[in-house]
Write a protein that binds this ligand. Structure first.
Ligand code: HOZ
Length: 432
């Protein structure tokens, strides 16, 4: 039931003021709720599996700040560690022991990573890794997949997912053709299309970058053999394979998609969870490639706040919590109940739907046929999704405000939270 206390007066006031101060009233587009309609709600605080807005409404949060909050929001051990670290300063702009600690944890966990460079966001990690791919191979072209999102650097804004898919702007004005001429695209899960691109551009392609499990076109899993097939094709063509694990890293397994699916890329990008809720990104991989990065090698990339002690601390504490036995089993169990429950409710209330989950990452489309790529994802009933989203919001369930974003759970989500969510979903779907 919609609670009679569901009011958004303060959120509406704050958002109206924000629209005069910031483009679209936000600091990042998807959160403006443009594709689902209605006003976004303005958060006041978060804790565990929950978020509270400025009007006092409580939500079960399935975004988790877009992935980082895997241990639950504001985990006391993470917050205490950050507060303690802050006493010694927030940024050094000089080497710091904590960088070694987090680097070792990342190298131990992620199969492809022998050396790592910390940056400040997933976007920064992906734009840097592309420079490295080009520097190492001496080639300019790259292959990306339709609907995959690798941040907002110019050369990736071609048939991109996430916010640009949400707003129907898969390319962007302001990106010169000269920067995207070398960006080749293929449909996700289509090895033949990738092979054709290699055949048409012999000796010119630096590598292939992908989200091994797509989270920015909704949630799309790789078909059996797709990742291994890409590994083979890139090897045959002396090109690099890069997994963008900004979303999947430490989320679908401690070692990410590469551990889960047993395919090891040459390079990997990370973000979100490794910053424990503070801004961090990273790229890493084979030692011989990483040694090209300055000052070890000639490929330049730098950052004043990179490796800062606060972000390193939050990342270290988060990974310490995650590597305790049973965490991924718990995430998987709770999220499976949620994803299977949503599908069951949809089918029982007469709505074609498909979806799935891996560990604490899930997705759901109003689409009868399974989704293998971005074209399939676009066939979801987007108007129905918008109404579903609003109905869930009014019942205290905070879902990603876009069909083209994955959902995330945390170690703080309980069976009771899932039961409450499914009861709300049944009510909303019955009324659609
Ligand atoms: N682009 C991110 C989601 N895939 C973040 C969106 C936001 O923070 O608004």
């Amino acid at each position: 039931m919609i609670t009679s206390s569901f009011k958004t007066t303060k959120s509406d006031e704050i958002f109206a003021a924000a629209q005069k101060l910031m483009p679209g009233g936000v600091s990042s587009p998807v959160r403006a709720f443009k594709s689902v309609g209605g006003q976004p709600i303005v958060f006041d605080r978060v804790q565990g599996a929950y978020a509270w807005d400025v009007d006092g409404n409580r939500y079960i949060d399935y975004i988790g700040t877009w992935g980082p909050a895997i241990c639950g929001h504001a985990h006391p051990e993470v917050i205490n560690a950050i507060c303690e670290a802050a006493q010694k300063g927030t940024s050094f702009g000089a080497p710091c022991r904590l960088e070694n600690v987090l680097a070792e944890m990342v190298i131990d966990a992620v199969p492809s990573i022998e050396m790592v460079r910390f940056v400040n966001s997933g976007t920064e990690a992906c734009m840097s890794v592309l420079r490295l791919m080009r520097a190492f191979t001496g080639r300019d072209k790259l292959i990306k997949f339709e609907g995959c999102y690798h941040g907002h650097a110019d050369m990736f804004l071609v048939k991109a997912g996430s916010g640009v898919a949400t707003l129907g702007l898969p390319d962007s004005p302001g990106v010169p053709k000269s920067t995207t001429n070398n960006t080749l695209t293929a449909p996700f899960n289509n090895l033949e299309a990738v092979k054709a691109l290699f055949d048409e551009n012999p000796g010119e392609i630096a590598g292939v970058i992908l989200e091994p499990v797509v989270g920015n076109a909704g949630f799309i899993v790789p078909d059996g053999g797709f990742l291994a097939g890409l590994r083979e094709l890139t090897r045959e063509n002396n090109a690099l394979l890069v997994f963008d694990e900004v979303m999947t890293g430490f989320r679908i397994a401690y070692g990410g998609a590469q551990e889960k699916f047993g395919t090891t890329p040459d390079l990997t990008t990370l973000g979100k969870i490794i910053g424990g809720g503070l801004p961090v990104g990273a790229y890493g991989g084979r030692r011989d490639i990483m040694e090209m990065v300055a000052p070890a090698g000639p490929m330049y990339q730098a950052g004043t706040l990179s490796g800062n002690p606060l972000a390193m601390t939050a990342g270290i504490k988060t990974l310490e919590l995650l590597r305790k036995p049973g965490t991924y089993e718990q995430l998987d169990r709770v999220t499976k109940r949620l994803a299977e429950g949503l599908l069951k409710v949809a089918h029982e209330t007469g709505h074609p739907a498909c979806g799935g989950q891996i560990s604490g990452m899930f997705g759901f489309f109003f689409n009868a046929e399974p989704v293998h790529n971005y074209e399939d994802a676009k066939k979801s009933d987007l108007s129905k999704f918008s109404r579903f989203h609003r109905g869930m919001l009014e019942r205290g369930i905070y879902l990603a405000p876009s069909q083209f974003e994955a959902g995330f759970t945390s170690l703080a989500h309980t069976d009771a939270d899932v039961d409450e969510t499914l009861a709300a979903a049944r009510e909303v779907m019955t009324s659609l």
